[in-house]
Design a protein around this ligand. Structure first.
Ligand code: ASP
Ligand code: MG
Length: 444
């Protein structure tokens, strides 16, 4: 069997749901389990409605009701019997919030759960109407159990057994389960959520627990690309990446799965395939355990702009201990999250996102070292094969020499699939383009 996951924008309206249903119908022979997010931005709209109920005492669900009712109508469907009751329950809940003026994590999770519960019912009804025997299922009926950490719950290990127990009989009867992403229930029976964007994790968890042939995560791009297509015209889909490479790409801003979503599949070695719903025939990108033999040294090149470089130099560091601890303590005290780090005997350089006012940090650090703060930098990251890092470094720096670039800091992550360096913000586009040419565009 396989798992197919579609996010909010893929099921945003009747037209998109029809399209998704077509893709699913063409793969019924593979025995798919479908995992869906809430329609469009419904999760955001639910949270906004909750805020409004809380602060202004207003219950405003009109737009959410309309979206779901219109979608049913545009799909030529009657209410399968559960959409209206769910909408009524949602409206009562918002009235409750407006009266008691309280919005705990527990209530929030209960509230946002309506998005996914509505979308699976509409999609399942539509699939049935086009001759695909489908059943809408809430995650808890599909075997999901979580802890009670509302808004960011962890999946309980018992789910590994519960999920196949719940879903296998349906697949055997030729029924296609349409399961809510994102949500679960704890042992007390309260609804929880796995954190924003959590339906990828729901899908990979089902795939791993069911030992699926693969889990397809459908997006609106041709898989993972070798570079940001807005920067590099020749960017193209990567055929395969390892779980580790995909995780690095996610941290560096590539539009892929959340690293947490890959965890269940790493455990079982289940293939994750990123597919394009606008181009279903394209193979997409496969995320797998071990790198393919024929793959080149580099998978992708990313860049992140608007980064600040902090240079800290201390003569005290030579042969001393505790200096790095003091430096990091200062960052922790100011709640600043450090991204890249490089150090020598007497100096340490690190980077931060440029959203912070660093005046106070500088003052604190100046007690123990000379500090220089340089804004307007960019991190360029090469994600590639661990075992070929020397080759990658050599070719990358040859490119920098050709461009006459001064590389200001380099670090190779401990996972070693990530080589990052700092250049000036304005040079980022040029560097990424040139590196892409070097690694991905063979000379004619
Ligand atoms: N609907 C949820 C969200 O918007 C979960 C998801 O889309 O993955 O965060
Ligand atoms: Mg969403």
């Amino acid at each position: 069997m396989i798992v197919m996951k579609f996010g909010g924008s893929s099921v945003a309206n009747a037209e998109r749901i029809r399209h998704v249903a077509g893709i699913v119908k063409s793969q019924t022979a593979e025995k798919p389990v479908l995992v869906l997010s809430a329609m469009g931005d419904t999760t955001d709209h639910l949270l906004a409605a909750a805020e409004l109920a809380l602060t202004d005492g207003k219950v405003s669900v009109g737009a959410i009701e309309e979206l779901h009712r219109n979608t049913l109508r545009d799909l030529g469907l009657e209410d399968p019997g559960e959409v209206e009751p769910l909408l009524a329950e949602l409206s009562s809940l918002l009235t409750g919030i407006s009266l008691i003026k309280e919005l705990s994590g527990k209530t929030k999770d209960y509230l946002v759960s309506f998005g996914e519960r509505l979308s699976v019912r509409i999609a399942a009804a539509y699939l049935n109407s086009i001759g695909v025997k489908a059943r809408a299922m809430d995650a808890w009926d599909a075997g999901f159990l979580s802890d009670a950490n509302f808004t960011a719950a962890e999946i309980d290990p018992e789910s590994w057994d519960r999920i196949p127990k719940a879903l296998t009989p349906l697949l055997e009867q030729g029924v296609l389960p349409v399961v809510t992403g994102f949500i679960a229930k704890n042992r007390q029976g309260n609804i929880t959520t796995l954190g924003r964007g959590g339906s990828d994790l729901s899908a990979t968890m089902i795939a791993a627990a069911m030992q699926a042939a693969e889990v397809q995560v459908w997006k609106d791009v041709d898989g993972i690309l070798t570079a940001d297509p807005r920067l590099v015209k020749a960017a193209k889909p990567v055929e395969t990446v390892t779980y580790e490479e995909a995780a690095e790409l996610a941290y560096f801003g590539a539009q892929v799965l959340h690293p947490r979503a890959m965890q269940p599949c790493i455990r079982t070695g289940t293939t994750v395939r990123v597919k394009n719903s606008y181009n279903p025939g394209a193979p997409g990108t496969r995320i797998i355990g071990t790198p393919e033999k024929k793959a080149g040294p580099v998978r992708a090149i990313t860049s992140r702009k608007n980064v600040t470089l902090v240079d800290i130099v201390s003569t005290r560091m030579l042969g001393q201990y505790g200096f790095l601890a003091e430096v990091f303590a200062a960052f922790a005290a100011h709640k600043l999250s450090v991204d890249m780090v490089a150090s020598s005997e007497v100096s340490i350089s690190l980077t931060l996102d440029a959203v912070h006012d660093l005046g106070k940090l500088k003052k604190d650090l100046s007690r123990i070292a000379d500090v220089e703060i340089k804004a307007g930098k960019a991190i360029v990251t090469i994600i590639g094969d661990v075992r070929r890092s020397s080759e990658i470094l050599q070719r990358a720096f040859a490119v920098c020499v050709l461009l006459g670039l001064q590389v200001q800091m380099v670090s190779q992550g401990a996972s070693k699939v990530n080589i990052s360096f700092i250049v000036d913000d304005i040079q980022a586009g040029e560097v990424v383009t040139a590196l892409h040419r070097c690694f991905f565009e063979p000379l004619e």
